[in-house]
Design a protein around this ligand. Structure first.
Ligand SMILES: *Cc1c(COP(=O)(O)O)cnc(C)c1O
Length: 455
C-alpha cells in the first residue's frame, strides 16, 4: 500500500455515489461512442473505478485492500487500481503476468492457487525468485509440497474453507464448497506444519460473491471464525509453536445492486461489522479484504444495437448484436443486468423513430445472436418500445463481462473503450474473423515448417 497517492483529494460523497446506475450514464456520450466504434462495445469508466477504490479505502482505512484481478484484467483498470493503492489478488499465472506488467511489485502481489496447473506454479516460482515479497495463497497441502519441489520457501497464506458461504448463486458460493481451502478443523495444524517450511504470513477465506444486506449474517460468521483461527495460531493451546500472522484476509464478494430498485450496499456498515466480528486480532495482525466486482462492476456498460424486432403472441423479442459470448452472466448465473434503450432507431417506414422519452414501455425479451436458448440478456423487461437500429445500454457490466467473453459460435469478441478523465481510448480492439483462426493457422504453419525441416 506504500505507493498510495496521498495527494489525491477525496471526492465529496455526492460526487462519489454508492452506485452508478445505467440511467446515470450520459446517453449522448454513449451514442457517440457506439457510432464511432460500433457495437457490441464495452465502455469502462476509469474515473468511476477510482471512485470505487476511494470508497473502499475510506471504509477500510486500517485494512489491506486487494483488488481481485479476475473481475476485469484490463491494463487501464489495473494501473488505476495500483495508483489508488490497492494490492492485486491474482487467480492464475496469466493474471500475475498482467499485474506485473501493470506495475505491481512483488510486495503487492497475491497469487491464489486453486488446483494450480504445473505451468502456473513454474511461472510463479520463477517470479518469486525475482520478487521475493510475493505471497502465494494455498488451499491444499499438496500445493505446498508442489511449491517446495520448485524451490519455493517464501510467503504463504493458508486458504481456509470456513464451512459457511455467501453468494447470489450457487455457482459463485465458494465458502462451503470442498474445492476451496483447507477444512476449518484442519487449518490450524496445516498452518503450523507449513510454517516449518515457509514464511506463513496470513490466513484467507473467500465466502463467495454477492454479499448483500440479507447475507450479512453468514459473512459475519465467516469473519468471526477467521478471527478465532488467528487467535488460536498466535496463542495455541498446549505446546504448539505460535504462528504470527501479518493479516487475516476475509475475501471479497461485496455486492453491487444490479436491479434498478435494489439499494446499494452500505459499505461503511459492512466494514464496521467485519471489524467487529474479527476482533480482537493479535498484535501485528491486520485485516485484509479482496473485492473484485465492487471495484469495476458499475464502471462498465455494454452497448449493443437492435437488429430485429419480432412481435409474437406472448411477447416481443428484441434481437441484438451482443449475446452470451459478450456477456455470459445472464446465461450462466441467471444474472440480472439493467437494460436501457438509448434510441436512435428507425420506424418500419424508414423514418426516424420518436425519441425514447415519447415511446411507451413495452415488455420484451432481449436476445442475442447465439444458437442457444439461454442466450438472452434480459427477459420480460419494460423497455421504451424498441425499434430496429436502437442502441441499448446493458448496465453494471464492468465485472466479469469482457473477462468471460468467448468466441463460441465463432463470434469475434467485442471491442472495449476506456474513459479516463473524459477521454475515450480503444483498449481492446474488436476481433476480426481472422482472429478466430489464428491458432489453427499457426499450428498449420508449424506443421509445414517441421515437414520442411525433416527433409
Ligand atoms: C473471485 C474472488 C474474489 C472477488 O470476488 P468478488 O465477488 O468479485 O468481490 C476475491 N477473492 C477470491 C479468492 C476470489 O476467487
Amino acid at each position: 500500500m506504500s505507493d498510495a497517492d496521498a495527494s489525491a483529494a477525496p471526492t465529496a460523497p455526492d460526487e462519489n455515489p454508492q452506485v452508478r446506475r445505467v440511467s446515470d450514464w450520459d446517453a449522448d456520450r454513449l451514442r457517440d461512442l457506439a457510432a464511432e466504434h460500433e457495437t457490441p462495445l464495452y465502455v469502462q469508466d476509469i474515473d468511476r473505478v477510482r471512485e470505487n477504490c476511494e470508497r473502499l479505502l475510506a471504509a477500510f482505512p486500517d485494512a489491506d485492500v486487494r483488488y481481485a484481478v479476475k473481475a476485469h484484467t484490463g491494463r487501464a483498470v489495473l494501473e488505476a487500481v495500483r495508483d489508488a493503492g490497492l494490492d492485486a489478488e491474482c487467480a492464475s499465472a496469466g493474471e500475475v503476468d498482467r499485474a506485473l506488467a501493470a506495475g505491481f511489485d512483488g510486495s503487492r502481489l497475491h497469487y491464489t492457487a486453486v488446483n494450480p496447473p504445473a505451468r502456473d506454479l513454474d511461472y510463479v516460482a520463477g517470479v518469486a525468485a525475482a520478487e521475493p515479497d510475493l505471497t502465494v495463497t494455498v488451499g491444499a497441502v499438496d500445493t505446498l509440497d508442489r511449491l517446495a519441489e520448485r524451490g519455493y520457501d517464501g510467503r504463504v497464506c493458508v486458504r481456509v474453507n470456513p464451512g459457511v458461504g455467501a453468494g447470489h448463486h450457487e455457482k459463485v458460493t465458494t465458502g462451503g464448497a470442498a474445492k476451496f481451502g483447507i477444512p476449518y478443523d484442519r487449518a490450524a495444524d496445516a498452518a503450523r506444519d507449513a510454517a516449518e517450511r515457509f514464511d506463513v504470513v496470513g490466513i484467507h477465506a473467500h465466502a463467495g460473491s454477492g454479499i448483500d444486506p440479507e447475507q450479512l449474517d453468514s459473512h459475519r460468521e465467516l469473519v468471526a471464525r477467521m478471527g478465532d483461527l488467528a487467535r488460536e495460531l498466535a496463542d495455541p493451546d498446549g505446546g504448539a509453536a505460535p504462528v504470527d500472522l501479518d493479516y487475516v484476509d476475509v475475501g471479497g464478494g461485496f455486492g453491487v445492486p444490479y436491479e434498478e430498485d435494489a439499494p446499494p450496499l452500505d459499505l461503511p456498515a459492512v466494514a464496521e461489522a467485519t471489524r467487529e466480528a474479527v476482533a480482537p486480532l493479535p498484535d501485528g495482525t491486520d485485516l485484509a479484504v479482496e473485492p473484485g466486482r465492487y471495484v469495476v462492476a458499475d464502471a462498465g456498460v455494454l452497448l449493443t444495437r437492435v437488429n430485429t424486432v419480432k412481435p409474437t403472441p406472448d411477447e416481443t423479442v428484441v434481437g441484438v448484436d451482443a449475446g452470451m459470448t459478450d456477456l455470459l452472466r445472464p446465461a450462466m448465473y441467471d444474472a440480472y443486468h439493467p437494460i436501457r434503450n438509448l434510441g436512435g432507431g428507425r420506424d418500419r417506414d424508414g423514418g426516424d423513430a420518436p425519441p425514447v422519452a415519447e415511446r411507451e414501455a413495452t415488455p420484451v425479451t432481449v436476445a442475442g445472436p447465439i444458437c442457444e436458448t439461454g442466450d438472452t440478456l434480459g427477459t420480460n423487461r419494460a423497455l421504451a418500445d424498441p425499434r430496429r437500429g436502437d442502441l441499448l445500454a446493458v448496465g453494471i457490466a464492468g465485472a466479469y463481462g469482457y473477462e468471460m467473453a468467448s468466441q463460441y459460435n465463432s463470434r469475434p469478441r467485442p471491442a472495449e473503450v476506456a474513459l479516463d478523465d473524459g477521454t475515450a481510448t480503444v483498449v481492446r480492439r474488436r476481433e476480426a474473423l481472422d482472429d478466430l483462426t489464428t491458432v489453427e493457422r499457426e499450428a498449420a504453419r508449424g506443421r509445414a515448417d517441421r515437414t520442411e525441416g525433416g527433409r
